[in-house]
Design a protein around this ligand. Structure first.
Ligand code: CA
Length: 440
């Protein structure tokens, strides 16, 4: 089956909902989106500024046909999306189809469902991760990010010879993945004043964010059984925003020869609502064309119908003073995931190409999303060019890297003519001071 035929039926762009807040043209959550998250320990679907727990929809007997009889409801109350995401793709598509019918203007189910709607309240400290994440891998799929960072660390060979052949990635750490709204403590680590050392141990002075898009694996593969690239899209359950917090001074000293380690694994933030691949399919575009001198991908990575999702991605920063004064956050960058050199399907197929078994809830992130312009660079290392071109925040202070009290706010949304905006909401985190009293 080709990727094209494995795509679902797009929801009509003109459809409106009886949930008024879903029809806000500036909102992220129209009836065409319907992302899933965890609320009150249960699988919930978001529409507009409200959500409903699916097991309550089951109890209200609003699902029909095969869903009314099928024993899928036990997957709804285990505290994560893992069991739900393992349901057969046909069942997940039918659930989505019936949810669209339930929330559509004029639906007969309105009287059953309206009393079950609850307001979404975020940043109250009670947020939970949508998935129980077993494994986390982070790629490096933006040509512009790889070239920019490479030119700082290795001016003579900014892009290593393997980069356009292999989707480069590393194994991250799952235990420190946190939901949006969780504060992040400035890490300690080894850093050096000059390239040769000697090192000192102390709080990172060059703390940074990385703007990324991540996706959760739904159906996995058996150990030893690769996922063909033309099947990979349908193994993806859905997408979130990812902030891969990074300590650049720790990274610089530790990254050779085995790559990132403690500079990255102290925290990774993800947004709360998982936007399904079906909701994003109307925004699939081809990746940027390869230059004539670029190599063609090897056969196992050839993805002629692959989807690069055209997500607009923004980073905003608010200092502690700005929040106290009511000053709005300052826009730092705006880029698009469509600039990525490798598609999500290529990343997933490559990861499984040696027989590595992907499991439900595994998180794969894209790597920093940077475009061709300064304004589209997705981390401060690039945006301030290693601190040499500081940015001005709304409170009049300069930023080269993050300071204690800074809140990083990432936003992502898809837009096109004739279709409502489909978005991810926000991925937020405040930098807290390093713990005091650590040994040096
Ligand atoms: Ca990263």
């Amino acid at each position: 089956m080709s990727v094209m035929s494995s795509r679902g039926q797009a929801v009509d762009g003109k459809l409106r909902s009886w949930v008024t807040s879903a029809n806000d043209p500036q909102g992220d959550f129209p009836i065409q989106n319907l992302p899933y998250g965890i609320r009150d320990g249960s699988v919930a679907v978001r529409i507009g500024e409200t959500y409903v727990c699916l097991h309550e929809i089951v109890r209200a007997q609003a699902f029909e046909g095969e869903l009314a009889a099928f024993a899928w409801a036990q997957s709804l109350t285990s505290g994560s999306l893992n069991a739900f995401a393992c349901l057969p793709a046909t069942v997940l598509s039918e659930i989505r189809r019936q949810l669209v019918a339930i929330f559509a203007e004029g639906s007969a189910a309105r009287s059953k469902i309206e009393p079950l709607l609850r307001m979404v309240r975020e940043n109250e400290g009670s947020e939970v991760l949508p998935f129980r994440v077993g494994d986390y891998s982070d790629f490096y799929a933006s040509l512009h990010h790889a070239t920019n960072v490479g030119s700082m660390f290795r001016p003579t060979i900014p892009l290593l010879p393997n980069w356009k052949h292999v989707p480069i990635g590393y194994h991250g750490r799952a235990s420190s993945i946190v939901p949006s709204g969780t504060s992040v403590v400035r890490p300690y680590g080894q850093t050096v004043a000059s390239d040769e050392g000697p090192p000192a141990f102390g709080p990172s002075k060059l703390m940074d964010y990385e703007l990324e898009v991540g996706f959760f694996v739904g159906a996995g593969n058996a150990l030893g059984q690769p996922i063909p690239v033309d099947q990979a899209w349908k193994h993806i359950f859905g997408f979130v925003l990812v902030n891969d917090w990074s300590a650049r001074d720790i990274q610089k000293w530790e990254y050779q020869p085995l790559g990132p380690f403690l500079a990255k694994n102290f925290a990774t933030s993800v947004s709360l609502w998982v936007v399904t691949r079906e909701a994003l399919e109307p925004f699939c575009v081809a990746g940027p064309p390869r230059a004539p001198e670029d190599p063609q991908p090897l056969g196992y990575l050839a993805d002629p119908h692959g989807c690069n999702v055209d997500v607009t991605l923004e980073v905003w920063i608010a200092s502690a003073k700005m929040r106290a004064d009511g000053t709005p956050p300052t826009l730092i960058s705006r880029g698009s995931m469509s600039d990525m050199f490798w598609t999500p399907a290529q990343m997933l197929a490559h990861h499984a190409s040696n027989g590595c078994n992907m499991q439900v809830g595994d998180l794969l992130a894209s790597g920093t999303v940077s475009g061709t312009t300064k304004e589209s660079r997705g981390c401060l290392l690039e945006r301030t060019w290693r601190g040499t071109e500081p940015l001005m925040l709304g409170d009049g202070t300069e930023r080269r890297f993050l300071q204690d009290g800074d809140e990083v706010i990432m936003r992502g949304y898809c837009e096109k003519a004739g279709y409502p905006r489909v978005g991810f909401g926000e991925c937020r985190g405040i930098v807290r001071p390093a713990h005091t009293g650590a040994a040096s």
